[in-house]
Design a binder for this molecule. Structure first.
Ligand code: SF4
Ligand code: SF4
Length: 381
């Protein structure tokens, strides 16, 4: 496994994690086989948002003797009503389902307690106050039933508010090339059909600037990004005349290249899908190369750095992706840790000889030399 820090918590987390959503209706044996394949493969971060008793019981059985090997992300505000999944902003109802989670998982705590699905502004206002779910989560943390507090959602403005609140250490957010290039007016609430049906823009687009700003804000604040929906619910694997097909390894590579992302939690419904995600760990640079997204007219990302390092090697050994990620964070969000991270780089942007070989190799048309100059202007070396 490859490990990254879960943001400012400092905990080591494997870059390949697991989401449980496709296991909700699967039998106990399938849940066990998937969870065990993941843990045996080094996965140490598993997200379970569902409230249905069956999947909770099955996950609990799968975790027997293995609880200490994984971080569990559980959700506050995910409930069942009349046999169906529902979101709740009611403290008592949410607490009941959280206690039910601990009981069924046969554990005393979750590692990350997610304020579940904070989507619209009214959601944020209801949940992020001390009389609401946030207050409840802080109390559970104090009681030792949660180690860290996080939030999940799909909406950039509310996610940004959650990150800026200072209360959360982890943000779970969908990250994939299909969503990252959606026009802002299509969000929130865009359907998969709309994603598939949308027309290609006449010119190449940048990663949606607001999404990029969110990722950098997380990096600046030390909030760990947990990337969900790395396959865009399968859209990225679907063949159609206007699209290219990515592999799971390419999708994970894309998500893990984004600022602040520490782990990706693909939903896997069988062992083969777990293995397909774990293949990232052994994949060659060629297999991880996701620049093919540029061949899809819907996902062209002209001029926007993806931090993928497809432009290497650099004759003076500058880590171009790392330098650009830091300079972009510094340009979009205030942070004292960014300067320290830059200082720690073995070769600074000032070593750039402007040879231009990286510019020729960059599949996204990034002006690397301008970025190196920007780094020198910001960091002074
Ligand atoms: S400059 Fe281009 S190739 Fe290099 S890290 Fe950025 S997007 Fe990737
Ligand atoms: S232009 Fe600068 S950063 Fe790019 S390969 Fe040459 S020396 Fe390295």
């Amino acid at each position: 496994m490859i490990y990254r820090k879960l943001g400012r918590t400092g905990v080591d987390v494997g870059v390949v994690g697991l989401g449980m959503e496709y296991l909700e209706f699967e039998p106990e044996e399938t849940v066990k086989s998937v969870v065990h394949a993941a843990i045996d493969g080094g996965v140490n971060y598993i997200d379970l948002f569902m409230a249905s008793p069956r999947v909770r019981d099955n996950f609990g059985k799968a975790l027997r003797d293995k609880r200490q090997k994984v971080m569990i992300a559980g959700h506050l505000g995910s409930v069942m009503r009349d046999g169906q999944y529902s979101r709740s902003r009611d403290n008592q109802e949410s607490l009941n389902f959280f206690e039910d989670l601990l009981t069924r998982l046969k554990t005393d705590y979750v590692d990350v307690l997610m304020l579940h699905f904070i989507q619209r502004q009214d959601d944020y206002e209801q949940a992020f106050n001390l009389d609401g779910l946030l207050g409840q989560a802080l109390k559970l943390k104090q009681e030792g039933k949660a180690r860290y507090i996080g939030a999940s959602g799909h909406n950039v403005p509310t996610a940004l508010q959650a990150v800026s609140s200072g209360y959360i250490d982890v943000l779970m957010f969908p990250i994939n090339p299909a969503f990252d290039t959606l026009p802002e007016e299509m969000l929130p609430g865009v359907s998969l059909k709309e994603i598939l049906d949308r027309q290609a823009p006449s010119a190449a687009v940048e990663t949606m600037p607001a999404r990029k700003a969110l990722y950098h804000e997380c990096a600046a604040q030390g909030v760990a990004l947990v990337a969900m929906k790395p396959y865009a619910a399968g859209v990225l694997f679907r063949e159609n005349p206007s699209s290219i097909v990515l592999t799971p390894v390419q999708c994970l590579s894309y998500a893990l290249a984004q600022p602040a992302v520490c782990t990706v939690v693909p939903g896997c419904k069988n062992v083969a899908e777990v293995q397909a995600a774990l293949a990232f760990l052994e994949a060659s640079d060629e297999e991880k190369d996701f620049s093919a997204i540029n061949r899809n007219p819907l996902w062209k990302l002209k001029g926007s750095c993806m931090y993928c390092n497809h432009c290497l090697p650099c004759p003076v050994s500058i880590d171009i992706g790392a330098v650009t990620k830091l300079v972009d964070t510094a340009g979009l969000a205030r942070s004292s840790s960014v300067a320290a991270a830059y200082k720690a780089l073995p070769v600074k942007a000032s070593a750039c000889t402007e040879c231009g070989s990286c510019v020729e190799r960059c599949p996204f048309g990034v002006d690397v030399i301008a970025n190196m100059n920007r780094a020198v202007a910001i960091f002074g070396e």
